[in-house]
Design a protein around this ligand. Structure first.
Ligand code: HAM
Length: 448
């Protein structure tokens, strides 16, 4: 191919200058999950296609239009995971986690792949933080899952979002609803897209999340599922609301939410950005899926979970000016003149790195001036120049790049001297800081 190869449409590179933000939200996700008793599970990026056909559902947009499916060299149909729940359920069953104490609470950070039309907040490769709770049927499990996402957003300092909840009932009450939907769409079938025409017979509910503008317009006035749910499902939904009220988590009931994946039963919900620049962006989606474990070969075991789109979350945080912790810095650049000084730098940097400091040494063979310039450009907090004089006297000048102050340090006890100077600087910065308007995020950062 002539010219430079570009990244595939709908994929995104995370460059070193930005990756600390992803690391921050990913670590915060795992930390929050831990406080609710969820522990990480890792599953493969690809699975047999059948897994997604049977879980996500053959009539969904995801399965019909968006999966990256191919035959491997053994002629098996393989799919890059479009979401994390199916793989988590498969692993739960394959490893007999149902024999462990229930509920089993797992979380994951995964890449997902969907062949969707790329646009702001919609990628073909994206990342999710997800949680799944297996073996808990109480609406309190739904509330806890929702509370976890809410705690996570609060920890990150995200404010302008709403929580929208709905119940889509159980397979029993869904039958009546499907009939009502079918009757409604039957009358308008001349305007439906091809895919929806096939859904009309097999699964009319899927017409509700068709992305074609004409079908979406027709779907606006379709019967809503909340009017059809049975007494048990109603009670489950009311209890969920009671728990959310007790947890002081604000929400609205949005009868239009049905979610685009087939496995949901009863509770479904979405967290939606309300910031003016990202308004309407769905940051998180989830719900209960009481039939899926059984559908995939296990026993009837209730379950619920959610997934948060990490690129969307970052976008919402950035657009609304949420603070991130500072980017990691180079603590010290050792500037050297000559081979012996370079050897000394190797020795000193090894000691300091073992203490956890980030240290840069010249690996290019630049002049002192060029090394200082580089140290400045990469934002080194301190520099020390080592040449023949310093080696001979065993004394060097440690320079604080922020205020230009210099401290005489002994090369023989360099690590101790550096640590002292570093701490003094940190204490001085702390003393000068303005703590009058601390936000929760500032406090989190200070405590880190
Ligand atoms: P989902 O709503 O399909 O649910 O995806 C969850 C989140 O992933 C969305 O709310 C959105 O933030 C993000 N997302 C989805 N598609 C894209 C895309 N093309 N580009 C960027 N971000 C995207 C699920 O995946 C379910 N497995 C969630 C779940 C877990 N339900 C129960 N347990």
């Amino acid at each position: 191919m002539a010219g430079n190869i570009q990244a595939i449409k709908g994929t995104k590179d995370t460059l070193p200058s930005e990756s600390y933000k992803s690391q921050y939200i990913e670590q915060a996700a795992l930390d929050t999950a831990k406080t609710y008793g969820f522990h990480e599970m890792r599953t493969p990026v690809f699975e047999y296609t059948e897994l997604f056909d049977r879980s996500v559902g053959e009539t969904t947009d995801v399965v019909q239009k968006e999966m990256y499916t191919f035959n491997d060299k053994g002629d098996r149909s393989i799919t890059l995971r479009p979401e994390g729940t199916a793989g988590a359920v498969r692993a739960f069953l394959e490893h007999g986690l149902f024999n462990e104490p229930l509920p089993q609470k797992v979380c994951y950070l995964t890449s997902c792949y969907r062949y969707e039309k790329p646009q702001a907040g919609r990628l073909r490769e994206f990342h999710q933080f997800g949680i799944e709770c297996f073996g808990a049927g109480s609406p309190l499990a739904d509330a806890e899952v929702i509370a976890l996402a809410n705690s996570y957003f609060t920890f990150l300092g995200l404010e302008e979002y709403s929580l929208e909840i709905n119940s889509i009932g159980c397979p029993e009450c869904r039958k009546k609803y499907q009939e009502a939907l079918k009757a409604y769409f039957e009358e308008r079938k001349g305007d439906l897209c091809e895919t929806c025409l096939s859904r009309l017979e097999r699964n009319p509910m899927r017409i509700l999340d068709c992305k074609s503008p004409v079908c979406s317009k027709i779907a606006e006035n379709a019967p809503v599922v909340l009017d059809y749910i049975c007494d048990d499902c109603k009670e489950h939904f009311e209890k969920l609301q009671k728990y959310l009220d007790t947890m002081n988590i604000p929400y609205t009931i949005n009868a239009q939410i049905v979610r685009g994946l087939d496995y949901y039963t009863r509770t479904v919900f979405e967290f939606v950005s309300q910031h003016e620049k990202t308004k309407g962006l769905v940051l998180c989606g989830g719900g209960r899926y009481d039939g899926l474990v059984e559908e995939l070969g296990g026993s009837a075991l209730p379950a619920c979970g959610l997934a948060i789109g990490l690129e969307r979350l970052l976008m919402a945080m950035e657009e609304s000016g949420v603070q991130f912790p500072e980017a990691p810095k180079c603590n010290l650049s050792i500037v050297t003149a000559g081979e012996n000084a370079m050897l000394k730098a190797v020795e000193l940097s090894a000691d300091l790195r073992a203490q956890g400091y980030s240290v840069n040494v010249d690996t290019v063979g630049r002049s002192i001036k060029a090394q200082m310039k580089y140290a400045n450009k990469i934002g080194s907090e301190f520099t020390v120049v080592i040449g023949d004089n310093e080696l001979e006297s065993n004394i060097a000048q440690l320079k604080c790049m922020e205020d230009g102050s210099q401290t005489e340090v002994s090369l023989a006890e360099f690590t101790e001297c550096f640590e002292r100077a570093y701490m003094n600087q940190a204490v001085a910065a702390f003393g000068n800081a303005d703590f009058s308007n601390l936000t929760q995020v500032d406090i989190n950062n200070l405590l880190k």
